[in-house]
Ligand binder design. Structure first.
Ligand code: NAD
Length: 362
C-alpha cells in the first residue's frame, strides 16, 4: 500500500504521525511510505532518518495526499486539508468529530474512510491510543508543578523532595487512573509526600500494592479533599468520568483554605476541569492566579514534549497501521474488533452512533 505522512499544520502541533522506525516496519513488508519534507523535524526526526528507513520524501502536502492511499497523521484535518482528502483515502488520526460539525460534514463530503484513534477500543473498554498521552500528561504535571512552586513564578517556594533536614512537599492527586498513577510515580520518585484519592477501590488497591511507601491511597470524598488541601503544596486534577464533564472537586470557596502559593495543575481541563476555577490555558501563557493559588491548565500538555509524545503515540498506532496496510481497511476492521471501533465515517456515512447523534446526522 502507498502510505502518506504529511506535516501537521495545526497551530502549535509539533508531533508527526510516524517515526523512522514505523517506516522501517512498513517498507520491510513491501509497502511504500511517502513522508512530507521536514514532517518529523519538530519531533527530532530528520528527512535523512526517514530515507535511511526506506521512505520517499515528497516536497508538499499536496504531493503526499495525491500519491498516498492511506494517510497517517496526528491531529484532525483542519480546513486547508479538507479538499485534499479524496474518496480513495483511508485517514487514520485523532478526529474528535463530536466537537466539530464542520469537520464532520467535510469528511462526509470527502467520501473517505475515517478511522479515529480516540475511539479504537479494547475488549475491557480501555482506549489504547489515548493512554500514552495521559501517561505524558501525568508525568509532566509534576514537572510543571515543581517549576511553578518556585517563588519567582509566585509559587510557595518549596522543593518537592526537600533536602536533608527539611521536609519534602505534600502532593495531592485526585484520580488514580492513568494520569494520577503516572503523576504519583514521578512525585514519589522526587521524594514528595504523596496522597492519591479515587472513588474506585480497584484503582486504590492497585496504587497501594504497586507504589512506594511515600504514596498513600485514600478514598475520594469532599471531607477528605477539604482536609488535604489545607496543607497541600501541589494539587493534580486527573479525574475522568467517561463521556461526562469532570466533577468540580475543588470549588472556588475552598481556595481560601489553601496556603498562598499552592499550585493546582488541572490535567482534566479538556473535560471542563475538576476545579471550579479552571479555564483552559496555552503553553505560551500556561498559568494564572486566583486567591494567591497558582493555576496551570494547558489543554494539550503532550504538545510541549513532541519527541516523547510522537514516539509514545506511534508505538501504539503502528500495529494498527500495519494491519490496515497489509489487509486494507475492510478486512482489517473485520478481523480486529478494537480497530473496527475506530471506524467513524465510511464513504460518506457516519458509522459511529454517538457522532451521528451529536449532530442529528443519523
Ligand atoms: P482514567 O479514566 O484512566 O482515570 C480517571 C480516574 O478518575 C478513574 O480512576 C476514576 O475512578 C477517577 N475518578 C472519577 N471520579 C472521581 C472522583 N470524584 N474523585 C477521585 N477520582 C475520581 O483517565 P486518565 O487517562 O487518567 O485521564 C484523566 C483526564 O486527563 C481526562 O480528562 C483526560 O482527557 C485528561 N488528559 C488531559 C491531557 C492534557 O493535555 N491536559 C492529556 C491527556 C489526558
Amino acid at each position: 500500500m502507498k502510505i502518506g505522512v504529511p506535516i501537521e499544520i495545526k497551530n502549535n502541533e509539533n508531533r508527526v504521525g510516524m517515526t523512522p522506525s514505523g517506516v522501517f516496519e512498513l517498507t520491510k513488508r513491501n509497502h511504500t511510505v511517502y513522508v512530507q519534507k521536514n514532517a518529523g523535524f519538530n519531533s527530532g526526526f530528520l528527512d535523512e532518518d526517514y530515507v535511511e528507513a526506506g521512505a520517499v520524501i515528497l516536497n508538499t502536502i499536496e504531493d503526499v495526499y495525491a500519491t498516498a492511499e492511506m494517510i497517517v497523521k496526528v491531529k484532525e484535518p483542519i480546513e486547508q486539508e479538507y479538499t485534499l482528502i479524496k474518496p480513495h483515502h483511508t485517514v487514520f488520526t485523532y478526529f474528535h468529530f463530536a466537537s466539530s460539525e464542520p469537520l464532520t460534514k467535510a469528511m462526509i463530503d470527502s467520501k473517505a474512510v475515517c478511522i479515529a484513534y480516540e475511539t479504537v477500543e479494547d475488549k475491557d473498554g480501555t482506549l489504547p491510543l489515548l493512554i500514552p498521552m495521559s501517561e505524558v500528561a501525568g508525568r509532566m504535571s509534576i514537572q510543571q508543578g515543581a517549576k511553578y512552586l518556585e517563588k519567582p513564578i509566585m509559587g510557595r517556594g518549596i522543593l518537592l523532595g526537600g533536602i536533608p533536614g527539611v521536609p519534602p512537599a505534600k502532593v495531592l492527586i485526585l484520580g488514580a487512573g492513568v494520569v494520577g498513577v503516572q503523576a504519583a510515580r514521578m512525585a514519589s520518585g522526587l521524594g514528595a509526600n504523596v496522597f492519591i484519592l479515587d472513588i474506585n477501590m480497584k484503582a486504590l488497591r492497585h496504587v497501594s500494592e504497586t507504589m512506594p511507601n511515600n504514596v498513600i491511597s485514600e478514598f475520594s470524598s469532599e471531607y477528605n479533599i477539604r482536609k488535604h488541601i489545607k496543607d497541600a503544596d501541589l494539587i493534580i486534577g486527573g479525574v475522568l468520568i467517561k463521556g461526562a464533564k469532570a466533577p468540580k472537586l475543588i470549588t472556588r470557596d475552598m481556595l481560601k483554605d489553601m496556603q498562598p502559593g499552592t499550585v493546582m495543575v488541572d490535567v482534566a481541563v479538556d473535560q471542563g476541569g475538576c476545579f471550579e476555577t479552571t479555564k483552559p490555558t496555552t503553553h505560551q501563557d500556561p498559568t494564572y492566579i486566583i486567591d494567591e493559588v497558582v493555576h496551570y491548565s494547558v489543554a494539550n500538555m503532550p504538545g510541549a514534549v513532541p519527541y516523547t509524545s510522537t514516539v509514545g503515540l506511534t508505538n501504539v498506532t503502528l500495529p494498527y497501521v500495519i494491519k490496515l496496510a497489509d489487509m486494507g481497511w475492510k478486512k482489517a476492521t473485520k478481523k480486529n474488533k478494537s480497530l473496527a471501533k475506530g471506524l467513524n465515517i465510511v464513504n460518506g456515512k457516519i458509522v459511529y452512533k454517538e457522532i451521528a447523534e451529536a449532530f442529528d446526522l443519523a
